[in-house]
Structure formats: C-alpha cells, structure tokens
Design a protein around this ligand. Sequence first.
Ligand code: DOR
Length: 304
Amino acid sequence: ECMLKTNICGIEFKNPVFLASGIMGETGSALKRIAKGGAGAVTTKSIGLNPNPGHKNPTIVEVYGGFLNAMGLPNPGVDEYLEEIEKVRDELNRMDVRIIGSIYGKDEEEFAEVAKKMERYVDIIELNISCPHAKGYGATIGQNPDLSYDVCKAVKKAVKIPVFAKLTPNVTDIIEIAQAVVDAGVDGLVAINTVRGMAIDIRAKKPILANKFGGLSGKAIKSIGIKVVWDLYENFDVPIIGVGGIMSGEDAIEYMMAGASAVQIGSGVYYRGYDIFKKVCDEIISFLKEENLTLEEIVGMAHE
Ligand code: DOR
C-alpha cells in the first residue's frame, strides 16, 4: 500500500521493512524469496574482495531470545557474488525491491575496491565495520573511531551512491564512533549489528561455537537496538535504519518512534517465515490507521 512509501537519500522504497544482511542474503534465489515475501529492500550477505570459507562449524546455535552466530563472514568474493545479483536484479526491479550491498574489507583500500565493484549493482552500499567475531575485519574497525573514519572516507570517495555504515553495539561510546563516520560523510547509519555473546555446552564442558564466542541476534537484543537508535537520532541528522530483534509491526514502530526511517529483519525470518515482511507491513498499516498517523509522523515521535 502507498501508505508505506519511504524515501531515503532520494531513493524510493515501496515500504520501510527490509531484509537485514545475513544468511538469507547469500544467494540470488534467497534474495528473490525474500523479495516475494514483501520486503521493500534486500540487503546482501556481507561481501569481501576474495572468497572466504568463514569459521568452522558449529557456527550458529539457538539460545534464549535468539541466535548466537559466528559465521565468520563466509562469501564467494565480490566477483562471483555479483553474478548472483545479476541473476535476480531485473526481477527484483520489477517487484520494486531495492538492493543494499553489504561489504567488508581488511582496510580502507579493500573496502573501496569492493564498493566500486558493487556500485552499479545496488542502490545503497552498507559498510559492515561491525562484525563482532571476524578477526582483522568487522568490529576491529568499528570499535575504533579513526579506522572507521578512514574506511568511510575512502568508500565515500570511491562511489557516488549513498553509503551507510552499520555500527556495532559492542563499544563503550557509540556516539564517538557514529560521529567519526558522519564526519567522514556517510549518508546514513544502520544500527545494530549483533551483541557479543557465548554459550557453553555443559556436558562437553566447552563453548558450543567453534569460534568460542559470537554475536547474539533476535528478540533478546531489541531493547539494546532501540536505545542505540534513540541516541543516534538525538545526536545526528542522517537517516537511521534500525535493526535488532524486530519480529512484528509493533517492534518496527518502536524502532521508528526511536528514530529509524526504516528497519531490517534477520532472525525474524526464522520465526515468522519469508513473508514476515508482508506481515510486518500489514501490522504497521493497521497501527497507522488506528492511530490516524502517517509513517513520516512516527519517525522520531517518541522524542518530545
Ligand atoms: O553477527 C554477525 N555475523 N555479524 C556480522 O556482521 C557478520 C556475521 C558473520 O558472518 O559472522
């Protein structure tokens, strides 16, 4: 329905309910299934310059309130992945579904190189500087304001399309990091990546994940994400995409009232199916009608 049309950085989305980067973004056919489930945009799995097998199994375990994962950024490398996008790009376009290209790299040069290759296949570049458990990548960058600045600056220089930075909640002062990436010129912020966590197999007497620790997603992290989005909205003027534990329209609205212009869903696909996007959209529409509000009005509404 047209009630949910959203414009972010000059890009039109049919609705503000997107797929988060992760497992469902690994192949073209998975992106297509999500698009058919009603998402306004799909975010790719984070893609690097070279193929990466990721961490050893087990890489994911269901825990109280969500999943703990340490996939380790597995992906076929940008050149091969672009063929996946190519296979489904026209069909996604016909469905009016935008593509967000998530990328990672070991340094600013690598980020810029992948971003340049990705640019003409996607609508927005999302910089994953926030994976909690990929040594030398991810949060190694996103926990350091200077490294975060350099990566964002280099990518902004390399491409013309909007660039968003995805932030890690695993820091003492997220405003300091966000300030650095905003100073570097990013067009928007995505918050949050997963929360560092661990689970132990008490019979085996050792951590369950081969990587020992990982990142927690799902219901358990929603209130952490809401607080981060709230703080970002209070401090910056760029659009925010909220992510972390969104299962329902009510959850999405909570993120929007905290300041998110759009939301992303990852773990929720497991609990409510591929068409969670359509379900969440319907739930948002019901709320807007009941309260006689527009989407625009609810963004940031909980602040004064
Ligand atoms: O929790 C996460 N897992 N966050 C990321 O950014 C990457 C992913 C992985 O591949 O390990």
